[in-house]
Design a protein around this ligand. Sequence first.
Ligand SMILES: [Fe+2]
Length: 136
Amino acid sequence: MIAGKILAEMPQANPAVVMCASTFHDVGRINDGADLLHGFRGVPRVLAIMDLIRNPDYPEPVTGAWDVVKGKVANIVANHCFPGFGIGLDAQVVGDADKLDFVRMGPNKVDPSRLALDLSRELIPWVVELIKDYGG
Ligand SMILES: [Fe+2]
């Protein structure tokens, strides 16, 4: 939901890449601890999921585009745990949404200086209210 909110203000970002990467970036996690390799572990899983959700009725040019989307999602998923992650707008949106989600652990758990986009910093109060609405 947070990534979708950022996307609504960022028409330059690729919605398919951002939404798939945001949804599945932690699919390689085996626990909630520090685990720098969970992104790499998640790549085969996210690619398999994307094969399942691809619409086989898409015309060929769009199918080719889906393969490009898969490659971009795989790159984001693989690298999202490393310092310096966030090269490119799609990766920045995914990274900022992930960091904004830290509000679940307390309203002061988001470090604005770690967010890539000014818009993301502006959204911190919105995320705090969103989490309250969902019982956080
Ligand atoms: Fe992660």
